[in-house]
Design a protein around this ligand. Structure first.
Ligand code: FA5
Length: 364
């Protein structure tokens, strides 16, 4: 190409642009676009060849033609990228029809290889949690949520645990390096929700909680609770007991033996412990009930005035009742699971025992 004039080279560049435009328009795949890029811009590509002819031009002309060539290169890269996007979009759109597999002729128990694929099942905790949510939403309760990594304020301080309160020792806590903690109970949602939603209030808050404690047949380091709280102008112990009774009646659908005894929690006054007769040994004594015949499942009480005050409400105007259901333990009692650790078992066979007879769709 040596010896060409500036105009000749500019003409070649204009011609090349047309060719590029047509080629890109005609390209029908990402591979075709890649081949074009090599053909036009590669080491032995057309544009590179044209640029070699610049050597014969004067300095001023070389600058002008070089600029045009550069502009063409930039234009090409833009056009190429646009086309790549169009091809990608078209490919995605066609996948829905091209890769559609019609499963309707297959029997409901899908066969994979030689063995039938087992359908998934819900964990017994999920089943019970959803049942309880339904029971409470029917009674006008909302479902509340809160973070599992919590501040000392919501987990302890706002619940009337002072800094040096011996009750802090009641729940061994996992602390994080930055001073937050893994919530030790779902009671941490009490003040959060009250501050956010205001009074009057009726909530249940199911969730996972953590405690730094030794595990055994009835104690886990990670387990589930469900908090319940009612805040209104007049709330009394009878209201609280009614809620507890309704809850247990619906969960067990038969008469269960319970006992109520005084219990101490800094955030309730008076406080109670509601124990259920151990369903595993029918009260005779076993590892789950630590040979006492009773299992703690439902501590509760009337919300302490200090908690209502710390949430920003006047305890002379507002009263409350709260409970903290040990959901994981209630699952054990309902299904006769003899060791709490089995509930962490990832084996689907474990979970599938409890959904027998329950349609997955119904449970969802
Ligand atoms: C509490 O956590 C209070 N927040 C409950 C409460 C709420 C009281 C509102 C008053 C008003 P407690 O530490 O007892 O209380 O735990 C509540 C329930 O969680 C227990 O009755 C038990 O069923 C369950 N639980 C406690 N520790 C464990 C554990 N390590 N593993 C499994 N379940 C546990």
């Amino acid at each position: 190409m040596s010896g060409q004039s500036k105009d000749q080279i500019l003409e070649q560049i204009a011609g090349l642009k047309n060719e590029m435009q047509e080629s890109i328009a005609a390209a029908s795949s990402a591979e075709a676009l890649q081949d074009l890029k090599v053909r036009f811009l590669g080491k032995k590509g057309t544009l590179t060849g044209i640029l070699k002819g610049l050597a014969s031009l004067s300095g001023e002309d070389r600058g002008a033609v070089g600029k045009t060539a550069n502009e063409l290169k930039l234009w090409y890269e833009g056009a190429n990228e646009k086309k790549e996007g169009e091809l990608r979009a078209a490919r995605m759109a066609s996948l829905a029809t091209e890769e559609f597999i019609d499963l309707t002729p297959l029997p409901s128990g899908l066969v994979m290889g030689d063995s039938p694929a087992r359908p998934g099942t819900l964990h017994p905790t999920t089943i019970l949690q959803r049942e309880l949510e339904q029971i409470f939403t029917k009674m006008g309760f909302a479902i509340a949520d809160g973070p599992e990594v919590e501040t000392d304020f919501y987990n302890f301080e706002a619940l009337n645990f002072t800094d040096d309160h011996p009750a802090r020792e009641m729940q061994d806590t996992f602390y994080t390096k930055d001073g937050t903690l893994l919530r030790t109970h779902t009671s941490s949602v009490q003040v959060r929700t009250l501050q956010k939603n205001g009074a009057p209030l009726r909530i249940v808050a199911p969730g996972r909680v953590y405690r730094y404690e030794e595990i055994d047949a009835s104690h886990e380091h990670t387990f589930y609770q469900m908090e319940g709280m009612v805040i209104d102008k007049k709330v009394n112990v009878a209201n609280l007991l009614y809620l507890m009774q309704t809850l247990l009646k619906e969960v067990f659908r038969r008469k269960v033996t319970v006992r109520l005894r005084p219990g101490y929690f800094p955030f309730v006054e008076p406080g109670f412990e509601l124990d259920m007769q151990c369903e595993i040994c029918k009260g005779k004594g076993c590892a789950v009930c630590k040979h006492s015949g009773w299992v703690e499942v439902l501590p509760c009480g009337l919300v302490h005035p200090n908690v209502i005050r710390l949430a920003g409400f006047d305890p002379n105007e507002w009263q409350g009742a709260a409970f903290g259901l040990g959901l994981t333990r209630l699952v054990m009692l309902r299904y006769g699971i003899e060791d709490i650790r089995l509930q962490m078992n990832p084996d689907i066979q474990f979970a599938s025992q409890f959904t027998r007879g329950i349609q997955l769709q119904e449970a969802l």
